[in-house]
Unconditional design. Structure first.
Length: 92
């Protein structure tokens, strides 16, 4: 009579999960420094209206450039160095 270990199946699944987690952790991170946003995308990220973003561009609080006749905003103008969203909503 042979006895099988009831934990063998669980052990093999855990090893498979460990492998998946290692793959996720070692995957290359996306470089957002070159990402460019539209005014609407920036407004959604900042949690404000697109007109607020446009007003801040006009005031000089946010640097933007044109592609054709459309305004575009670089990633670092929306996020600070710690990759946290800048607060422009109530800036006066």
């Amino acid at each position: 009579m042979t006895h099988t270990n009831p934990f063998e199946a669980i052990h093999s699944e855990l090893n498979e999960l460990k492998g998946m987690v290692k793959q996720i952790l070692t995957a290359p991170k996306e470089d957002y420094s070159l990402k460019i946003y539209t005014v609407q995308e920036a407004a959604k990220i900042l949690g404000c209206n697109h007109q607020t973003v446009t007003n801040n561009i006009k005031k000089g609080n946010i640097e933007a450039f044109y592609v054709g006749n459309r305004k575009r905003i670089k990633h670092d103008q929306i996020f600070d160095s710690n990759n946290k969203v800048k607060s422009i909503k109530y800036k006066r």
